[in-house]
Design a protein. Structure first.
Length: 112
């Protein structure tokens, strides 16, 4: 696994407020929340960004959405926003694929 902040969280080298884990995915609270509820869902497989995923990742990518849905429900969210940043121009700062799940407030469009 590549050495990123998220791989260190997966390997328990760095503490995180983990709210879900199974053999394929991990969800934890964002340390800089942009909404009352803001958590990340990451695959345990190291995929730097969405554009690096391939056809073999199809099931895992769908699974991450199901984990996001499951944890959102666990957190009491009915309405929420999912966001995936792909590359530095889209504000991706950690190059390990991750889904932001934000809720607990209203969101506007376009996001900015």
């Amino acid at each position: 696994m590549s050495d990123t902040l998220f791989s260190k969280i997966i390997n328990r080298e760095i503490d995180a407020d983990i709210i879900y884990e199974d053999d394929q995915a991990l969800a934890f609270r964002d340390i800089n929340p942009q909404a009352p509820t803001h958590f990340l869902v990451i695959p345990k497989k190291a995929i730097p960004k969405l554009s690096d995923a391939d056809e073999g990742d199809q099931i895992l990518l769908g699974y991450l959405l199901l984990v996001a849905r499951r944890v959102a429900a666990q957190e009491g969210l009915e309405d929420y926003r999912l966001n995936i940043n792909n590359g530095p121009g889209a504000s991706q700062t950690i190059f390990h694929l991750h889904l932001h799940v934000l809720g607990g407030r209203s969101f506007s469009w376009p996001p900015g």
